[in-house]
Design a protein around this ligand. Structure first.
Ligand code: HEC
Ligand code: HEC
Ligand code: HEC
Ligand code: HEC
Ligand code: HEC
Length: 196
């Protein structure tokens, strides 16, 4: 009798925790379409799909450094002195340029400081941008779902093994193991290469 009540109480506590987690994660989801968090509503789709601009024309550090980098306002103005100059969002670009200020883009993909991720090694190994960042060329507003997710954690709890979300350690290791086994790559699995 006492043991049964104990199990029942434990069940209730677990249920309460799950409901709390679910509600707190839902309340973080914005309702409806996400407005851009960026200072200028920059449409990847227009630039990549309509005007066929290469990813690395704008993110030109990707093949040679740790970072992919963002284009300078000068690079934007190379086209926007003329292209779309009358459009309100493009005028904002010209305003930053006239004031000599960089555009304060908000960073989306961010690993913790104690990790090391070099773009260069991945671009040289011919991993496409889209493998990691999704179909950016279709996006009007760049969005990324990264990091721990409630549904994922629950599936793991009940013993299923869902694919780890982008930018988690499991995601890095899954691909490294796969690449080493199937493509003869030498992607690191040892702690110190990714953690200094
Ligand atoms: C193997 C997965 C992977 C590939 C391939 C990849 N990225 Fe990334 N990207 C990441 C990760 C992880 C971060 C976050 C890095 C950090 O916070 O240190 C990131 C961050 C970025 C950033 C913001 C920070 C920065 O480095 O400037 C940009 C822009 C970016 N990637 C663009 C690109 C482009 C363009 C390509 C293709 C040329 C590409 N990425 C290929 C995983 C990848
Ligand atoms: C290689 C040329 C080129 C470069 C470089 C370029 N753009 Fe564009 N962009 C275009 C063209 C062409 C359009 C479509 C203009 C139109 O619809 O009249 C456009 C459209 C836009 C629009 C959409 C305007 C709207 O409301 O429909 C914005 C915002 C924009 N660009 C911002 C930028 C920013 C910020 C940069 C730099 C990071 C940049 N562009 C770099 C060519 C370029
Ligand atoms: C005309 C220039 C331009 C082109 C071409 C372009 N980008 Fe971008 N990209 C930007 C700008 C500006 C931002 C910052 C604003 C934003 O996040 O929307 C950005 C942001 C990003 C980010 C998010 C960076 C972060 O903060 O984590 C990724 C990832 C990315 N781009 C990947 C790509 C990929 C992949 C392609 C090709 C399919 C591409 N970009 C083509 C200008 C460009
Ligand atoms: C391929 C790269 C890679 C390798 C190899 C790797 N890690 Fe990580 N690790 C990451 C990344 C990226 C993160 C941050 C994202 C996350 O927390 O999932 C991380 C996070 C962590 C964290 C923090 C977790 C948290 O919740 O804050 C610990 C602890 C850790 N790693 C330990 C290790 C140990 C021990 C090894 C060796 C057995 C190892 N890692 C190997 C990429 C790697
Ligand atoms: C989609 C597959 C994929 C993903 C996801 C991925 N990597 Fe890699 N990684 C590779 C490949 C392929 C190589 C190159 C192996 C080679 O050169 O043989 C590599 C190499 C590396 C290297 C070695 C760099 C060097 O200079 O030798 C590091 C460090 C690294 N990755 C860290 C990470 C971290 C951290 C993450 C997660 C945030 C990650 N990778 C996610 C495929 C991936």
């Amino acid at each position: 009798m006492g043991a049964k009540a104990g199990v029942g109480a434990l069940g209730l506590v677990l249920l309460a925790i799950l409901v709390f987690l679910a509600v707190s994660s839902w309340s973080r989801q914005p309702a409806g379409a996400k407005p851009s968090i960026q200072p200028i509503n920059f449409p990847h789709r227009v630039h990549v799909q309509t005007y066929k601009i290469d990813c690395q024309y704008c993110h030109s550090d990707a093949r040679r450094s740790e970072y992919a980098g963002l284009p300078s306002v000068q690079r934007c103005m190379g086209c926007h002195r003329i292209a779309g100059a009358a459009l309100p969002e493009v005028k904002k670009v010209a305003d930053y340029y006239a004031r000599g200020e960089p555009i304060p883009w908000v960073r989306v993909n961010k690993l913790p400081e104690f990790t090391y991720f070099p773009h260069k090694a991945h671009i040289r190994a011919s991993v496409t941008c889209q493998t990691c960042h999704g179909p950016v060329e279709t996006m009007m507003t760049f969005g990324a779902e990264t990091g721990p997710r409630l549904t994922n954690d629950l599936l793991t709890l009940v013993g299923l093994r869902p694919a780890p979300p982008p930018l988690t350690m499991g995601w890095c290791l899954d691909c490294h193991r796969r690449q080493n086994a199937t493509a003869g790559a030498h992607a690191p699995l040892d702690c110190v290469t990714c953690h200094h």
